[in-house]
Design a protein around this ligand. Structure first.
Ligand SMILES: *Cc1c(COP(=O)(O)O)cnc(C)c1O
Length: 233
């Protein structure tokens, strides 16, 4: 059930959580970007989020995202694709999104790199890492990161910005923290060869404080902003 609390209040609460976590970690709150995950939410929720000051929105399903993007074309929004990517969807993703956080294999890199329209700025790309090695989950292995990062660098219409991960939902808080800590180390290693990367996307409604403590620069928040989803995914 949707809370009756106005979205603006939830945005403020979430920003407060981020600010507190940053203070505890000795970091400035500006070092963490709030990505509002709007999958399954109507366009009106995004419009209200925009009115409350949010500019970055994450979507998991292309057709659903496209309808909302068309309805909200007049707003200055930054769109992030965060769902599993099918090859036959890359052309539309490359055209419609500003960031793709779920890049995890060479074929998708090549297609996005070739299909990003010339008139648009380079597509911002994160490599998704399957940090808990879950069989059904998208993401590359930690061992794949260097080769995939090198592949991205071959395409002028792609720019590697960093890494993304979704730790196992089965984890205890300690296991989640350990997974975030592994991501932080992988990010540090990648920075050694790609010094321009600046984005470590990890942490959701339930664990954003832990993610920030372990170095997240972007948290992806759905439920805490928009209330519980009706969907099963
Ligand atoms: C749905 C989703 C989120 C948001 O999860 P909440 O628990 O609702 O905050 C974050 N990242 C990805 C990749 C998602 O699919």
């Amino acid at each position: 059930m949707q809370s009756s609390e106005p979205l603006a209040a939830r945005v403020d609460q979430t920003k407060e959580r981020i600010a507190k976590a940053c203070t505890s970690a000795g970091r400035s709150p500006e070092t963490v970007t709030l990505l509002a995950v709007s999958k399954t939410r109507p366009a009106g929720d995004i419009e209200r989020g925009w009115a409350a000051g949010i500019r970055c929105f994450g979507e998991n399903y292309l057709a659903e995202a496209a309808a909302k993007q068309d309805a909200l074309a007049q707003l200055d929004l930054e769109w992030h694709f965060i769902g599993p990517i099918q090859s036959n969807k890359t052309r539309a993703i490359a055209r419609r999104f500003d960031w793709v956080q779920s890049v995890d294999r060479a074929r998708i890199i090549r297609r996005l790199g070739e299909q990003r329209p010339d008139e648009k700025p380079p597509l911002n790309v994160l490599l998704q890492v399957n940090i808990d090695d879950e069989p059904q989950k998208a993401g590359c292995t930690p061992e794949d990161i260097d080769a995939l990062a090198a592949r991205i660098a071959e395409f002028p219409k792609l720019v590697l910005r960093g890494l993304m991960a979704i730790p196992s939902a089965e984890h205890s808080p300690e296991q989640t923290r350990a997974a975030f800590a592994r991501m932080r180390r992988l990010f540090g290693s990648l920075q050694a060869t790609h010094p321009a990367i600046d984005t470590l996307s990890m942490g959701m409604s339930g664990d954003l404080e832990t993610a920030i403590a372990e170095g997240a620069t972007m948290v992806r928040v759905g439920t805490a902003l928009f209330g519980p989803r009706q969907d099963v995914g």
